[in-house]
Write a new protein. Structure first.
Ligand SMILES: Cc1cc2nc3c(=O)[nH]c(=O)nc-3n(C[C@H](O)[C@H](O)[C@H](O)COP(=O)(O)OP(=O)(O)OC[C@H]3O[C@@H](n4cnc5c(N)ncnc54)[C@H](O)[C@@H]3O)c2cc1C
Length: 556
């Protein structure tokens, strides 16, 4: 999603002191939410993201709209925040949510005392919870372990992150703000107690832009320590890697959780045409360098079999990982927070670098969940507005996001239904798994002319279904090449080649740790198409290998 709608060189040439009131760093859900909230309160804001929007943790998470059920026993505050935001998101962003519902099932391995107290803990945290007959749950979800003992129904769901980000950015633009992708913050200048300028590097052209905002908000998640270090401030992050496995079919239409204290491999989330098992928790030094091991994959499957006994027989599509933005507050902050519960919650923390580090126009938001991104943004923007003397109230919970229809949640069959409603017939299909048509791809590329195929994947879901791009990547690359030709490019074939290579590299990363059995057979077949049929291997020789990319966990 290359969304540079403004001439960026213009900004640096003008050297205008306050072209933007606020610079927001990090284009995940939190950054997009903060951008929207600031814009709606009248502050002209620029969001910058070093890659495509939603390529940090937000694009590598599990996909769950939390009901709060996973936290009721150990963290009632987090549970309350989740259910409250769950209700708000259903209202303001229905198209980004599939209302799958959630089952918390007591397997024979789950402790009796936890199961016995679960419903009361839900009620105490205001989380809707109804016990349903086991037979009813098994009728709806026949792949579940037939030995489950009790089932509780909660309002879990599944959330599409990229559309959510795009809607937030669209609303911000309506209110006079902007967002630039592929712009990395590379430095900030400090003059005493203030940040006076920030330098951005265009990750595609290498050009630099200097801007002079009145305020800087870091929403860089697991990378927050790196941003703070640019002005000699310490923010101690403990990035926690979580690995997830994507199966080639929706073995469940409902989110399935084990009814126990949350641990590895105990939740399956149906996401569009696939189902995702997660997750794990492992500290990593660098949020950009980590790997997924075969041992992790095997352990996840073994844990998942407690819920779905036939899991090992199901076909895996890929493994991917994200990094939790876990923050370790210094002791004095924890003490201050205990006095002022608004500043810190166990779920997320807004760091006031004025009070903590003597920089008046800088805050960082860390921790939290995707489900609570709007509330995180509200808390952050309340602090920024307090400092800038802005009294406009937050309206993000009340106004539906652009492109969303009240009450109309996502439905898996919608693309086919929409197509049939328009008369059906030859759909000019590019991606059969996700029902992506040529007009849909053209419409996306019209809006994002510089998009890579990986950006196209996030924007349209091309290549995200069971074939994982095997049968649609070359078609989409052909469209990219054809459009380049119409636009007068002379290197049409090269553009299509580059599009294929970039996309396949990213996709195959996630299949390496799971390459065995039937998935390995499919990989051989797809390799045959691309290497035998299309001769992709000959293109690879011309590419300079980037060793650092090899160890980075694949995307969703
Ligand atoms: C394995 C796992 C599973 C999860 N599952 C769920 C779930 O099911 N439900 C749920 O609600 N939550 C879940 N979470 C939590 C949720 O994903 C995160 O809390 C949320 O996505 C964080 O969003 P963010 O915008 O704060 O961070 P990010 O999405 O990481 O955004 C930060 C952005 O900053 C950018 N950035 C970094 N440095 C720079 C720079 N110098 N210049 C410009 N940009 C920069 C990064 O590229 C990144 O895109 C999960 C997390 C993990 C790790």
């Amino acid at each position: 999603m290359q969304d540079t709608t403004e001439d960026q060189s213009e900004v640096s040439r003008m050297g205008e002191a306050h072209a933007y009131d606020v610079l927001v760093v990090g284009g995940g859900a939190t950054g997009a939410g903060v951008l929207r909230d600031l814009a709606r309160r009248g502050l002209r804001t620029l969001l910058v993201e070093r890659g495509d929007f939603g390529t940090g943790t937000t694009g590598r998470y599990h996909g769950l709209l939390h009901s709060g059920g996973r936290y009721v026993a150990k963290d009632a505050l987090a549970a309350r925040e989740c259910i409250s935001e769950n209700r708000i998101l259903r209202r303001i962003a229905p198209a980004s949510i599939e209302d799958t519902g959630g089952y918390f099932v007591a397997t024979p391995s789950d402790p009796d005392d936890y199961v016995a107290g679960f419903q009361a803990a839900c009620i105490a945290a205001d989380v809707d919870c109804e016990e349903i007959p086991v037979a009813e749950a098994l009728r709806r979800e026949p792949a579940l372990n037939p030995r489950i003992r009790r089932v509780f129904k909660l309002p879990d769901g599944s959330v599409e992150p990229w559309q959510l980000i795009e809607s937030n950015i669209a609303d911000a633009r309506v209110h006079g703000s902007d967002a630039w992708s592929y712009q990395r913050l590379v430095g900030m200048e400090r003059d005493g107690a203030r940040i006076v300028a920030a330098t951005l590097r265009d990750e595609r052209s290498g050009s630099l832009t200097r801007i002079t905002p009145r305020f800087v908000v870091s929403c860089a998640g697991a990378w927050s320590g790196q941003i703070a270090a640019m002005v000699n401030v310490t923010v101690t992050m403990h990035p926690g890697k979580g690995t997830m496995l994507i199966f080639n079919q929706r073995m469940t239409d409902t989110v399935i959780n084990r009814c126990h204290k949350s641990s590895d491999g105990d939740i399956m989330v149906p996401v569009h045409t696939v189902a995702i098992l997660g997750t794990t928790e492992q500290r990593v030094e660098d949020p950009d360098r980590y790997e997924i091991t075969r041992e992790e994959v095997a352990a996840l499957i073994a844990q998942g079999e407690v819920l779905f006994p036939d899991l090992a027989k199901m076909r895996l599509l890929r493994a991917y990982a994200g990094v939790r933005p876990l923050y370790q507050p210094p002791a004095e902050v924890t003490a201050a927070a205990l006095k002022d519960g608004r500043q810190i919650s166990r779920a997320h923390t807004v760091l006031d670098h004025g009070a903590m580090d003597g920089i008046e126009n800088f805050v960082t938001i860390v921790g939290g969940k995707l489900t609570t991104f709007r509330r995180m943004a509200e808390d952050t923007v309340d602090m920024v507005c307090g400092k800038l003397g802005v009294t406009e109230p937050c309206t993000t919970a009340d106004e539906i996001l652009p492109g969303q229809v009240p009450g109309k949640t996502y439905w898996l069959g919608h693309r086919l239904a929409d197509h049939e409603a328009e008369g059906g017939g030859d759909a000019a299909l590019l991606c059969e798994c996700e029902f992506v048509t040529r007009p849909q791809l053209d419409a996306f590329l019209d809006r994002h002319p510089d998009a890579s195929l990986d950006d196209v994947r996030r924007g349209t879901r091309v290549g995200m279904g069971p074939c994982q791009g095997g049968f649609c990547t070359f078609r989409a690359a052909g469209v990219v090449g054809e459009r380049a030709g119409h636009a007068g490019a002379t290197d049409v074939a090269e553009q299509a080649d580059r599009a294929i290579l970039g996309f396949l590299r990213e996709r195959f990363k996630g299949t390496r740790p799971i390459a065995a059995g039937r998935q390995l057979q499919e990989q051989w077949m797809i390799s045959g198409v691309y290497e035998g049929g299309l001769g992709v291997e000959s293109l690879i020789e011309h590419e300079t290998p980037d060793a650092s990319r090899e160890v980075v966990g694949a995307q969703r």
